[in-house]
Design a protein around this ligand. Structure first.
Ligand code: COA
Length: 260
């Protein structure tokens, strides 16, 4: 598929999806959100792709937020619709994707940009990255899941402070908070993401999908994570990947997972 604001490239088991509006610091307009949905869906449905890496184009920004110029004159109803549609199309979609998604934060990740990175399954950052949810400085609040995912990742008090001050933290602070798992140089960011992705790709994609589902269940209202784990654990026993993984171990060879 061809996109206007998104680049997608697949090499082996890894698809790198890049938000590509560098002149607007990769701000997410509605069209880009739709394109990201389509590009991620396409990668998820490609049986070759085992891991997706999300990043931003240029040296300055991952994504500098939702596109402010698009919603500046919205009504209450339109504002609600914007958040609901964005969450369904992109942010919840990414969080619940069966294919692992790694955010490689290569610069500013603000507002919707940090929310996109937080919807990914985990995050790496380059040492020039700056992260924050500055929405209250515009008279609005995070609307793409930020008020929920930030406290889950860094704790309620820190999230309250970051959101209320509309401040930014640097990559080292984000590492200390546990918001990102690793910090590296700008040059090493994608190689590091690819190295981690390659390790993931060696494992059973079916089991990884089941693990994502069970981990997420613990954070969903009305779901019991332990019950979800029992259910997902049991289902693994019916998969060809499980047959192959256990057989390979017993035969002292590397598994070749069929992915089903
Ligand atoms: N929405 C729309 N356009 C944006 C944007 C956003 N979230 N973030 C940056 N841009 C645009 C700027 O308007 C500018 O466009 P122009 O050249 O046509 O005027 C271009 O991207 C470059 O940004 P600029 O502000 O000139 O870069 P800077 O280095 O001076 O500042 C930031 C960088 C990230 C500090 C600043 O762009 C910013 O504060 N952005 C908004 C962040 C935000 O509030 N995000 C949450 C939105 S809910």
């Amino acid at each position: 598929m061809k996109f206007e604001n998104v680049l997608s490239s697949t090499q082996g088991a890894i698809t790198i999806i890049t938000v590509n509006r560098p002149n607007k610091l990769n701000a997410l307009n509605v069209e880009t959100i739709k394109e990201l949905h389509d590009a991620i869906l396409e990668a998820d449905q490609n049986p070759e792709t085992k891991v997706i890496i999300l990043t931003g184009s240029g040296e300055k920004a991952f994504v500098a937020g939702a596109d402010i110029s698009e919603f500046a004159d919205f009504s209450v109803k339109q504002g609600e619709g914007l958040a609901a549609q964005g969450q369904a199309l992109l942010f919840d979609f990414v969080a619940h994707l069966g294919t692992p998604v790694i955010a490689a934060i290569n610069g500013f990740a603000l507002g919707g940009g940090l929310e996109l990175a937080m919807a990914a399954h985990f995050r790496l950052a380059s040492d020039n990255a700056k992260m924050g949810l500055p929405e209250v400085s515009l008279g609005v609040i995070p609307g793409y899941g930020g008020t929920q995912r930030l406290p889950q990742l860094i704790g309620k008090g820190r999230a309250m402070e970051l959101i209320m001050t509309a401040g930014m933290i640097d990559a080292q602070q984000a590492l200390q908070y546990g918001l990102v798992n690793h910090v590296t140089t700008q040059e090493e960011l994608l190689p590091m993401a690819e190295k981690i992705a390659s390790k993931i790709a060696r494992n059973s994609s079916v089991a990884i999908g089941a693990a994502i589902e069970a981990i997420n269940a613990g954070y969903e209202d009305g779901e019991n994570g332990f019950d979800a784990e029992i259910n997902a654990f049991g289902k693994c026993f019916g998969t060809a990947d499980f047959q192959e993984g256990t057989q390979a171990f017993l035969e002292k060879r590397k598994p070749a997972f069929p992915g089903n």
